[in-house]
Design a protein around this ligand. Sequence first.
Ligand SMILES: [Zn+2]
Length: 412
Amino acid sequence: MHAIVKDEMLFKGVIFYLDSDLPLEARCLLEDFRLAVNNAIRAGLQARVTSRNALCKIAYKEFREQHPRMYAKHLVSAFEVAGGILKNYRKRVRKGITGEIPFARRLMMKAENQAYKLDRKSGVIDLPIRAGCHVELKLVVSQYHRKYLDDTCLSFGSLTILPDRVIVAFRKEAPKPYEPDSVISLDTNERSLDGVFVGGDVAKVIKAEFPEVAVIQQRHHDRRRRLQKKKAHDRRTSKSLCRREGAREHHRIDYRLHQVADSVLKFAEERKSAIVLEDLKGMRTKSSKELNRRLSIWPRRKLHQIIEYKAQWKGIPVVKVDPRNSSRTCPICGRIENSRMGTEFKCECGWHLDRHINASINLLQTAISKGMAGGLWFNPGAFQHDVMMILYEPAMAARSEPNGTSGIAEMT
Ligand SMILES: [Zn+2]
């Protein structure tokens, strides 16, 4: 069980496209920035340091000599980016994944919040290049973007500049979660969230389905395998193809998980509900390789992460409880059944219910017994003959492209 930390800064990255081509000076700045990042990476690898300050100490002077006019704050932020890349590389090495030496390929730069100005009204960024030289970047501002620009509770964090777009990190202090009037309890499964909603004298069975996530995982897994076989003689090609496959898979699954999370949060916000989830931390995957991949837990962990972060942004309380035995306990008599098989939970006392819904009722009871769901009371029997409410199903997926948000930009 864990409580959400208060007084935390929350970030949301919002993508803005540029109204016109990147000015030449800015493009050169991006190239210089990449050069600075790669120099710092090389220096950091040699000196075995990863922190921004340490990199600054060893690499600043030399790069300064080569680029005497680059705005100092941009240079420092290049060391920060290099530090991040080096830390990731370290982590991989520690895990025994030996890859090629890290290198910043993409043309990009990051500017800290004091190193640029964004006019909320006009959507124009004033970016200093070097002493006496600034460029203006005009952003395309839609209604969606207005929502963020006009919200004065949001301040600007770092700015990421790419050749055709920028990502502005909006930040705010985590709002205090509201006092819930109702509660949603959800059991997280491979293809769906299944659970119950309880508020006042209303009790409903709810469901959000995402069967495509498992399908996408399966399809990409098969394709990766084929690629590996076909390119067995060429490890480098095979590796890079697999990496590309992985990124695409990730992106497509991510997009769906965000939609599922949004539907749950919309439902919760409209009814002032608290959300009860199982704590997936201790959950282990099966040892068999095949099963391990099929039941891969990361989409579920990721879904929780998205729900929790977005809930925090909106001030929706989220409670996480230990899921031990939740799938085989009878909520009426408390008996623990041995078997986990079958789609229906059946107890000797006569209670029977869809296994996933049953699990969510147990999660809710745990939350209530720990005093984490207010003074709520409910009768599990109410769910036995109820009609299901669908919060999300594949048919609801928008066919358009993602709406220009990267969702969780930075986790703090
Ligand atoms: Zn029972």
